[in-house]
Design a protein around this ligand. Structure first.
Ligand SMILES: [Zn+2]
Length: 300
């Protein structure tokens, strides 16, 4: 039994989910949501008859605070936290992660993400690409899927995939979009990761932002791929034309909003996308990506 737990980030439903799977060995949670919403998740667990101590396994797609912020809370309650090798040390010592997030979010950090605390090393378990964890009668396989972050996993069990952020953000009636965030955006890896998810032929794809895709997953992935290509090319062309970060923030916000509206989102849903995945982050991410990996393509 799978339950989508709504963190109600910033008081809004349908922005950030934690996905709970009932197993014979307690609850397996796929991402936790930010620590600021921990009590909301405790309330959501209560609705399915569970307490925080019943969460025995926490599988993290990656360590960004909207996905892993409450990991230390569940570790405190006794859960094992599974994570990619490159993410583990930042759970154990979050100082660098806080520093880089503060550069992006500044004074909004506490409001957005709540309290940050280390996960004790003995509660962290590193998973390698393809590694399987048996949880009750369920085999959960980690699949390395970089692109959004270099330390990203999706998880595969039965006909299900927990897609993390590399599988796209899709809210309400809106289309799937790629959350481009600094500092690890890598377009080629993202496209390869989409191919890896395709090859699993899942019947259900769970998205932290937000909920389950259980119809026409190939179309979801095709639309996501198309936007990874088109959005990154949009940035390349603007950079070639000599535009820099401050000049691109507003135009990209408008470009993305128009794309979302054309893809079926309402104005209100466009705002929810902005909450889940602020468009200014894509500008920093894409400029860094092009300069770092393809400097000759964006030279003036
Ligand atoms: Zn996210």
């Amino acid at each position: 039994m799978v339950h989508i737990l709504d963190t109600r980030q910033l008081g809004r439903p349908g922005i950030i989910a934690a996905t709970a799977v009932e197993t014979a060995d307690g609850i397996a949670l796929f991402d936790t949501g930010p620590e600021s919403t921990f009590q909301n998740i405790v309330g959501e667990l209560r609705k399915i008859g569970a307490a925080p101590e019943d969460v025995r396994h926490v599988f993290l797609s990656h360590i960004h605070f909207d996905h892993a912020g409450s990991a230390w809370r569940f570790a405190e309650a006794g859960a094992t936290i599974y994570v990619h090798s490159r993410g583990a040390r930042h759970l154990i010592d979050p100082a660098k992660l806080v520093e880089s997030a503060t550069r992006i979010f500044g004074d909004d950090m506490p409001k957005l993400w709540g309290r940050v605390a280390p996960v004790p090393e003995e509660r962290v378990r590193v998973l390698q690409d393809g590694e399987v964890v048996r949880v009750g009668a369920t085999d959960v396989r980690a699949i390395e899927t970089p692109g959004h972050a270099s330390h990203h996993h999706v998880y595969h069990w039965d006909e299900n995939v927990f897609g993390g952020d590399v599988a796209g953000v899709r809210i309400g009636s809106g289309p799937p979009i790629p959350p481009f965030v600094p500092p690890e955006l890598h377009v080629e890896s993202w496209l390869e990761s989409i191919d890896k998810i395709r090859a699993l032929h899942p019947a259900r794809l769970y998205l932290p932002h937000f909920g389950v895709v259980d119809r026409d997953i190939p179309a979801h992935l095709d639309q996501l791929e198309e936007r990874v290509r088109r959005w990154s090319a949009w940035f390349r062309d603007r950079m070639r034309a000599g535009e820099d970060e401050p000049q691109l923030i507003q135009p990209f916000a408008e470009y993305e909003a128009a794309d979302l509206l054309a893809g079926g989102a309402t104005r209100e849903i466009v705002r929810d996308y902005e909450t889940a995945d602020p468009s200014f982050m894509a500008v920093t991410a894409a400029l860094r990506y092009w300069r770092k990996y393809h400097a000759q393509d964006v030279a003036l």
